[in-house]
Ligand binder design. Sequence first.
Ligand code: 5AD
Ligand code: SF4
Length: 358
Amino acid sequence: MNLSELTLDREGLAAAIACEDAAFNEALSEEAYRVKVATIGPEVYLRGLIEISNICVKNCLYCGIRRDIRCPRYELSEEEVLATAKIAAGRHFGSVVIQGGERTDPAFIRKITRLIKAIKAIEPSTEGEPPLGITLSLGEQSREVYEEWFDAGAHRYLLRIESSNPDLYRKIHPDDSLHSYDRRIKALYDLKEIGYQAGTGAMIGLPFQSAEDMADDLMFYKEFDAPMIGMGPYNPHPQTPLTLAGAPYPSEKRRFALGLKMIALLRLLMPDINIASATSLEVLDPRGRELGILSGANVIMPNMTPEDKMVNYNLYDRKTLLRDSHSSLVEELESKKIAIGYGQWGDSRHFRKCPDPF
Ligand code: 5AD
Ligand code: SF4
């Protein structure tokens, strides 16, 4: 396939996804990077990732911290989260992401509300810098809870659709009301209506997933008009039902290539949104996130979870072997002449362009 033959409709996207020609993939990445720089500039924004807890009420069939997996569970204290957020502020990251397993108990919800307010109150380390921006990634919650957290000061929320195909969604989740595709969609629209920058995304290279499914994921992002997307390769975890069932999935090399390709295609489809270069790329290739940036992504989330806890946030195989060295990541980017947007929220241009919902 030739880049000039690419069309950004379902069929064209599926053909590009299925194409395994290395020259095509490379040309696609280069074009996406060019479009990114021309549309939103060369900067990469950092979000300090704080994995607050690996306790989860859900049982997704692919996830290494699902409810039924026996593993040491942890929850960071408010002091630990605040101390980590202060490190992020000191490094001028501009934003933090608070991510964790899904929990809906009132104690947890109130704790998050207090933390959002406390993080917002951290003095910026340089005059003129805004207070830290806060992205939440804490799963499905009631509309009231989303409102409470928004009012406390969070302004972005990541809730992956995991797969936009309801049949595939059903195959990778238990069949019960806690894991309902419709509820997930409703949560995404709640977030958007409340005024969050509502990000979503899906896993790439799942068992049972076709090129058309992946093309539909891209079309879903466009249809939802997502201001930010975080998507990454599926990496099996040895103890999950999905792995143990033995369903085939693409090779490591192929999943990595697909991960980069989905970023590149999305950049062409939605030139001014924020696209994260996912940690799951880095597990498959030591330069994974850098190559994600060179394929059109513009956000990186360095993991700032304290190391003794990070080892238990084991979503998939080898994730915990990653040790995020902020300085080596920055060095890597700077050696490629990729500028980092320090001290800014790095909001999606796309969102700012949208009409004010209020
Ligand atoms: N491989 C890749 N990503 C995974 N996630 C969970 N399990 C896996 C896995 N095995 C992702 C999901 C979830 C995010 C927190 O981690 O997409 O939304
Ligand atoms: Fe819980 Fe998220 Fe893992 Fe599902 S993917 S089991 S909601 S942490």
